[in-house]
Design a protein around this ligand. Structure first.
Ligand code: BGC
Length: 405
């Protein structure tokens, strides 16, 4: 094959284009570093094609998903886009927006490269529609070591009560808002981490598969604890993306932040070394997982180029280059730990033994409609603190968007 020089001066892809427009929300910091790692492998393995960056900034795809929805509606899909494994991906499949990649799985030897449970999350009606790039962990508590040391905290809390005690110590030491928090989806993450502690993994899973009611007394108690947790957070949370909350941690204005492990990559990319991590207090050996995957949308202008991108995403070399910089771990089971930062090495070990639960704000547990309803209920709670109203809204959201009995 001959390497191809871009054949058009236009940035817009079109018929016969060599460009592959890759649509993500990985625009900055550790996310961009991860994407750059993958693009480096694509440049070598797919020299006939050219990467076109279609990233739309905004944590967890808060802006990207809206832009994508309108492009899909107008029949103007990017060549490939990022979609979470699980319920979120099923939305696109059920709307008939994606091509079946079963033949590519066979051709590229992917069928046995990924864990069976993950393959099940990418499959609908016996067909498989996307290639996973990684496994992220959502339930991680990041900390500023110096701030903790100044307050005399030397050990990670392993229970919610222990965590409240540490937050009180930090307040007494003059840290007014020790738990950094952002807006909507970041609040959903904090609430879910707390629910895992309060309900345990089995009942937490049941919230999404319909076997645990949202109406019980345990849920009321959890919402009350969540209300208490909010009293330790920054008041301007509803205007913050996750990186703004992360900055509070880096600046020593906060001691903790609950966030997915893209934070490890982002802190590394920003050169901040004084951080620690632990599983959220009370979560025990639970790994709240989510996975980014890439698809071939129906009507993509450069299907062949996209296939080359997908092959790179699924390759052992691509997964190593990407995940070493992204904070996540390879979805493939045959990539070694060499070259991975300490955090990911620990996550790779945990992944093998932990109990797995999914995440709603990151698509593995719920569809986007359900996530939206939970998000607005929590947004309202962030300003009014009305426990009964939040529980009613969560129960209605589950009745409307959850599995039908
Ligand atoms: C994605 C991650 C991303 C994070 C923050 C998650 O939904 O799966 O890849 O780093 O959002 O933007």
């Amino acid at each position: 094959m001959f390497a191809t020089v871009a054949c058009s001066s236009s940035e817009e892809p079109g018929e016969g284009t060599k460009k592959v427009e890759v649509f993500t929300w990985w625009a900055d910091g550790g996310e961009k570093a991860g994407l750059d790692g993958l693009v480096g492998v694509f440049k070598t393995d797919c020299a006939d094609y050219e990467f076109l960056n279609g990233a739309v900034a905004g944590g967890a795809g808060s802006n990207a998903k809206q832009v994508l929805a309108s492009r899909l509606q107008q029949n103007d899909p990017p060549d490939t886009f990022q979609a979470h494994a699980g319920a979120e991906l099923s939305d696109y499949i059920n709307d008939d927006q994606l091509e079946d990649l079963s033949a590519q799985y066979t051709e590229w030897g992917l069928t046995n490269a990924f864990p069976k449970g993950l393959i099940d999350n990418l499959t609908v009606g016996g067909k498989i529609y996307s290639v996973p790039a990684n496994i992220h962990r959502a339930n991680v508590l990041w900390s500023n070591k110096t701030v903790l040391a100044k307050a005399g905290i030397t050990k990670d809390a392993t229970t919610i009560d222990g965590f409240f005690a540490d937050l009180d110590k930090l307040k007494a030491a003059g840290v007014a808002a020790p738990l950094a928090l952002g807006k909507d989806w970041t609040q959903q993450m904090l609430f879910e981490a707390l629910l895992i502690s309060k309900l345990g993994p089995e009942k937490f899973n049941g919230l999404w598969n319909g076997s645990t009611p949202w109406t019980g007394a345990e849920m009321t108690a959890a919402i009350n604890d969540y209300k208490r947790l909010l009293t330790y957070t920054n008041k301007d949370r509803d205007t913050f993306d996750w990186t703004d909350a992360e900055k509070l941690l880096m600046d020593g204005k906060a001691a903790y932040q609950l966030m997915g492990d893209w934070e490890a990559a982002d802190l590394d990319a920003k050169g901040f070394k004084d951080y620690g991590w632990s599983v959220f207090p009370g979560n025990g050996n639970v790994f709240q997982w989510l996975a980014d995957s890439f698809v071939l949308p129906k009507g993509a202008k450069n299907a062949d180029g996209t296939k080359c991108w997908l092959k790179t995403v699924g390759s052992a070399t691509g997964q190593a280059a990407f995940n070493q910089k992204k904070g996540s771990i390879p979805a493939r089971t045959d990539v070694g730990t060499d070259g991975f930062p300490a955090y990911q090495q620990a996550a790779m070990a945990d992944w093998k033994t932990a109990t797995q639960v999914p995440s709603c704000p990151h698509g593995s547990a719920c569809a986007q409609t359900w996530q939206g309803a939970v998000g607005s209920a929590q947004g309202k709670f962030s300003s009014d603190g009305d426990v009964a109203a939040l529980q009613t809204a969560l129960a209605s959201a589950a009745a409307e968007f959850g599995p039908k009995k």
